[in-house]
Write a protein that binds this ligand. Structure first.
Ligand SMILES: [Zn+2]
Length: 62
């Protein structure tokens, strides 16, 4: 049994922890686009929720 699954850096090939989005050696963002897009998606969802609440508030006031 392996202790922890380590993946290799896509740029320098050094071992990188699976949960770290960046390589510690060369600070290269690691492969999965999910890591990069998740904060962006979160921001978009937050903005959409904010706009929805604003529209909801406007409809309530009328
Ligand atoms: Zn690296």
């Amino acid at each position: 049994m392996q202790k922890a699954k380590l993946k290799e850096c896509i740029a320098c090939g050094k071992e990188v922890r699976p949960l770290s989005p960046f390589c510690r050696q060369c600070s290269q963002p690691q492969g999965s686009a999910v890591v990069i897009w998740l904060p962006v998606l979160f921001g978009v969802v937050l903005l959409a929720a904010y706009l929805a609440f604003c529209l909801y508030g406007i409809t309530l006031c009328r």
